[in-house]
Design a protein around this ligand. Structure first.
Ligand code: AMP
Length: 395
């Protein structure tokens, strides 16, 4: 796996695919700078060696050129974070871009306009990728969030660099962390899969059954399993057409020696609302008109033991409707168990939009080993797929 340390960037121009798809408010001010800050170590390292940097990214989903999606809006924030003035060109290809790139001196940074102003980006157009490639000497991919897309700047561009291509620090850390769970894991390995639906996680479940010793299944998915096993789930969320699949997963897990842990009790509510009445009931005896919205205390006690005994933990998806305060306890408590286990030496990886949001919201970000930045990309890696953006560098 080639990374920054395999190259000398002195007097070289690095063209870096970053993920600067940041949220902007109505005045086009960046409201969350996490992604820009995440790319800083790679940029700093290259500049420190006496290289120069050309940054390319997408922002939003523009249809052609749309002013509101211009990367010029993030220019001052990027300069502030990087601590150097950042130059900007209003087209990522063409005369303006190539002349700005060729005039770039050691220590300087150039930001290209939104790649997605050209439909060729998402189409993976070879000629467009070649133009981008012509701007730099070394291609660096540091955008995990788009590594599962075979776009021009994330994948196709790499073919124009025979050897001069590598992963940035952020992307190498993502790959390394996922490999610590999927490949070189210390046992016992536990995966916690929550969230709303079996259908969106099924490929992940199937793939990681081969890699884990324990699987905790929580959140809305629980009820498809419980119903399939003959339990009474009241109005809880359920995918009836996935009941067979749920039974098949349980059978496969048994065959592979994976212990599956499903909540035994839940916080049930008489409406999908934070103000609903609640009661703790057995997961398979939920009264008519009630629905399970969070894991109950006995379930959490059971999960605690599994988590504390684990050496490797993967967490994807909340244990309940954590967006509502009254149903957030399961997710918070689980997050704390994972933090405690991490403090005891376990490696913990949190990924997937909602669990990342939960970890941030509950202040656990620094208490787990790694928080993944790419939702879709991480899920695809967990599904066992080879991401095109990663394969292109390894070629
Ligand atoms: P996902 O995007 O599949 O990871 O699902 C995340 C969503 O699942 C969150 O918005 C949670 O509110 C929701 N969720 C978790 N537990 C439940 C539940 N018991 N009933 C309904 N929705 C749930």
């Amino acid at each position: 796996m080639k990374t920054l340390s395999d190259f000398d960037f002195k007097n070289k121009k690095a063209i870096i695919r970053v993920d600067f798809n940041v949220p902007l408010d109505e005045n086009f001010k960046v409201t969350d700078t996490t992604r820009i800050e995440a790319a800083k170590p790679t940029i700093d390292a290259i500049l420190a060696q006496g290289g120069s940097v050309i940054l390319m990214s997408h922002l939003g989903r523009p249809k052609g050129v749309e002013e509101k999606y211009s990367l010029k809006h993030i220019l001052s924030t990027t300069s502030e974070i990087l601590g150097v003035p950042v130059q900007f060109v209003s087209n990522c290809i063409g005369e303006e871009a190539s002349s700005a790139a060729s005039n770039l001196k050691s220590g300087e940074v150039l930001l290209l306009e939104n790649l997605r102003f050209h439909a060729e980006e998402e189409a993976g157009d070879v000629a467009f990728a070649k133009e981008l490639a012509s701007l730099g000497d070394i291609y660096v991919n540091d955008a995990f969030g788009t590594a599962h897309r075979a776009h021009a700047s994330t994948t196709i561009i790499a073919q124009f660099f025979s050897k001069e291509k590598c992963f940035g620090l952020l992307l190498s850390k993502e790959i390394e962390s996922l490999n610590k769970v999927l490949k070189n894991s210390q046992k016992p390995v536990t995966a916690v899969l929550g969230g709303s639906k079996v259908s969106s996680k099924i490929t992940v479940i199937e793939n990681i059954l081969d890699k884990v010793d324990h699987m905790i299944i929580g959140g809305g998915m629980t009820f498809t399993f419980v119903k399939a096993l003959g339990g009474k789930i009241g109005n809880s969320i359920c995918e009836d057409d996935k009941q067979e699949l749920a039974l098949e997963i349980l059978r496969l897990a048994k065959e592979k020696g994976v212990e599956i842990h499903i909540p035994v009790d839940v916080v049930a509510a008489n409406a999908f609302s934070n103000d609903a009445e609640t009661q703790i009931v057995a997961v398979d005896k939920i009264p008519d008109g009630w629905q399970g919205l969070d894991a109950g205390p006995k379930s959490l006690e059971n999960f605690k033991k599994v988590i504390m005994d684990s050496k490797t933990i993967l967490w994807n998806g909340p244990l309940g409707v954590f967006e509502m305060e009254n149903f957030a306890n399961g997710t918070i408590t689980l997050g704390n168990f994972i933090a405690d286990s991490t403090a005891n030496g376990a490696f913990s990886l949190v990924g997937g939009g909602d669990s990342v949001a939960a970890v941030k919201q509950f202040g656990l970000e620094d208490k787990v080993s790694y928080v993944s930045t790419g939702g879709g990309a991480m899920l695809e890696m967990l599904e066992g797929k080879v991401l095109p953006g990663i394969a292109a560098i390894l070629d």
